[in-house]
Design a protein around this ligand. Structure first.
Ligand code: ADP
Ligand code: MG
Length: 317
């Protein structure tokens, strides 16, 4: 079983689209998939054609421990289940502040489900608050959808700091495995340069004791494709709405790549995961031509990213 948080504190970068369509692509290829909608906006739930208001048992009830995860699970497609989101998650964010063991409520709630799924994908809200920390505490892998944008790398540094704190204090198994470039404009200079800069930054972490030391920018990029934006309005995934579109093709490829890369190894820099040849090859960044300006400032990680000061996890939200 691979449990993956799809996270980026910036909104509109492709988290929900990726969670839904990667989830469906994995389900279509025969894997048992559970999707969890942790965003109060409940877009993942809507994207799958489920009315968030129609469910009594949602991620909110799971996090406030009034129902079990099993009681909140809906069958939404073949091989695909969903713990739906709800607007009430806004108040869960605040309610969790005073809950004992607040970082691990979701993790503990998922434990009784056992190994019934091959993949659990969690769609995170656009904030690094208690909901996202619960997601990071409940998974072993982090996928970061990134839109090639001038400020993308700054946001990435902040996100990695949070991942690092959760890994050190709550979830030692946590690893960033992939950055997925979304809303990608092929052929534009900015898209290429942001991709290069992220690749180069990740390369500098190889063998280091940080949770992103095995992360790589996936070879599959999700191109900007209007069909991907239209499909949610019909409550359909791209495979139902326009199975021959570039969007469907990209998410199919993404699923293949996710399957072929395998889960990251726990011991950084020592044992290599399956498919590491491909991983290493993909990690080699093209050298920027002399004199060309970087797309954005190089990533500056906060000083405490590698060995954070002992502060409360909730302070980083
Ligand atoms: N590759 C894409 N091409 C075109 N539109 C996209 C693409 N990916 C996402 N969108 C649209 O962009 C908006 C933001 O995407 P979404 O996945 O909801 O981002 P997030 O969950 O990070 O806020 C949505 O309207 C979505 O339909
Ligand atoms: Mg979203």
């Amino acid at each position: 079983m691979r449990r993956i948080a799809v996270i980026n504190q910036k909104g509109g970068v492709g988290k929900t689209t990726t969670t839904a369509n990667l989830g469906v692509a994995l389900a279509v290829s025969g894997h048992r998939v559970l999707l969890i909608d942790l965003d109060p906006q409940a877009h993942l739930t809507l994207n799958l054609g489920v009315d968030p208001a129609s469910n009594e048992n949602t991620a909110y009830e799971v996090l406030t421990q009034s129902v079990t995860a099993g009681e909140a699970v809906l069958d939404v497609r073949e091989n695909l289940q969903l713990i739906p989101g709800h607007n009430d998650l806004v108040s869960a964010e605040a309610q969790l502040v005073s809950a004992v063991g607040r970082e691990v409520i979701l993790r503990d709630a998922l434990t009784p489900l056992g190994e019934t799924h091959d993949f659990v994908l969690i769609d995170c809200p656009p904030a690094l608050g208690n909901l996202s920390i619960n997601a990071l505490a409940a998974v072993e892998e982090v996928f970061i959808p990134l839109q090639p944008h001038f400020l993308a790398l700054q946001g990435l540094a902040e996100l990695l700091k949070t991942v690092s704190l959760v890994q050190v204090r709550v979830n030692p198994a946590l690893r960033v495995s992939a950055v997925v470039m979304c809303l990608y404009e092929l052929g534009t200079r900015l898209a290429g340069e942001v991709t290069e800069d992220v690749t180069r930054f990740l390369d500098t972490a190889r063998g280091k004791d940080v949770p992103w030391s095995q992360a790589r920018v996936l070879e599959t990029v999700i191109r900007r494709n209007i069909k991907l934006a239209e499909a949610p309005g019909q409550g359909q995934t791209i495979f139902e709405y326009e199975p021959r579109s570039n969007g469907a093709q990209d998410y199919r490829r993404l699923a293949d790549e996710v399957l072929s890369m395998g889960a990251p190894a726990e011991a950084d820099g020592e044992s290599e995961p399956e498919g590491s040849d491909k991983r290493e090859k993909a990690a080699v960044s093209p050298v920027r031509e002399a004199g060309s300006a970087p797309a954005c400032d190089p990533i500056q990680l906060p000083d405490d990213a590698e060995s954070p000061e002992p502060e409360s996890i909730s302070n980083i939200a």
